[in-house]
Design a protein around this ligand. Structure first.
Ligand code: ATP
Ligand code: MG
Length: 288
């Protein structure tokens, strides 16, 4: 498919690199060091994130799970440079993040609010490319290809409100992918779609990740989803947040909704992560 051939493919070298994931043998794509975030106002201050340290290697797909309110969105906002950290730092490709970085795209949970209702599907996907200063011909190519990749080529002239929730979320994914990010952050992107659509969108994310070699940080509160999608699952404690455990998901790379979820190892990993999240909810703090 032209979409694949024109964007960065995962190379055999990258595949080899991924086997050394998280061993510290290569420069991380994303490095979160001692991140702390306190929301302070005149009336009260909330320590949302206490001390988060983890890193993601180039081309990894890492899922982040944790109890509601533990600071997942806060963390993503800090990583994407939309929010200042209280202390600690976020380093992307060796550079400290101090504002929205060029090589990053974010897919938010509330697609209804993240798409512009007065713009067509095409215009929504194209807009960030215009802002990036990409030429008209290149914008056309990238927009077409990303809409084909998410199966929405025929809906380019529709407005978001004419589409189902799952289709709107596909537009948000197309927009992020067209931008050709090095890092893709996703904040509970499928929380509002039905189970079947959710499975399809999960497979779409895996397929795009495999083809494009993009580094993905995927936040979800759904443990099955995290284990199905990720190469690693980082479990966060309840707020004030620390990393409780960084679980390696040693499932075969070829994943399928039916066979992968039926594997005994899937059940084991799911049970393990579930237990850790339950501990997180009951106030566990120390990472083992
Ligand atoms: N702008 C803000 N001002 C003050 N406190 C905030 C603000 N945003 C978030 N918080 C607080 O920070 C903590 C973490 O919130 P955050 O939205 O990051 O959690 P979350 O893990 O994304 O939750 P959820 O799973 O429900 O999406 C919560 O206690 C929340 O009340
Ligand atoms: Mg959130």
């Amino acid at each position: 498919m032209s979409f694949v051939s024109t964007l960065t493919r995962r190379t055999p070298e990258q595949d080899t690199d991924m086997s050394t994931a998280n061993t510290g043998q290569q420069t991380p794509m994303l490095d979160v060091r001692g991140l702390r975030k306190v929301y302070a106002s005149a009336k009260r201050s909330v320590e949302a994130v206490r001390d988060l340290t983890f890193s993601i290697d180039p081309g990894e797909l890492v899922c982040l799970v944790g109890p509601s309110g533990c600071g997942k969105t806060t963390l993503l906002r800090c990583i994407s440079g939309l929010l200042e950290t209280t202390s600690g730092e976020v380093v992307l490709e060796g550079k400290r993040v101090s504002g929205p970085p060029e090589g990053m795209a974010v897919v938010f949970q509330e697609y209804g609010r993240s798409l512009f209702p007065w713009l067509t599907v095409w215009q929504n996907v194209e807009l960030p490319l215009k802002e990036k200063g990409i030429s008209r011909a290149e914008r056309k190519r990238l927009t077409t290809e990303s809409l084909v990749a998410v199966g929405l080529a025929d809906f380019h002239s529709a407005h978001p409100w004419q589409l189902s929730g799952g289709m709107q979320q596909r537009v948000a994914i197309a927009r992020a992918v067209a931008y050709e990010p090095h890092v893709l952050l996703m904040d509970e992107p499928f929380a509002a779609v039905d189970a079947q659509t959710r499975g399809e969108l999960e497979d779409l994310v895996r397929a795009l990740w495999e083809r494009l070699g993009v580094t993905v940080l995927f936040v979800t509160h759904d443990i099955d989803e995290a284990v199905y999608l990720g190469q690693r699952v980082v479990v966060l404690s309840s707020s004030p947040t620390v990393v409780l455990e960084d679980v390696t998901i040693d499932l075969p790379a070829e994943r399928d909704q039916l066979t992968t979820r039926a594997l005994p190892r899937f059940t084991e990993l799911r049970a393990h992560v579930y237990e850790r999240v339950q501990q997180a909810k009951s106030g566990a703090q120390a990472a083992e």
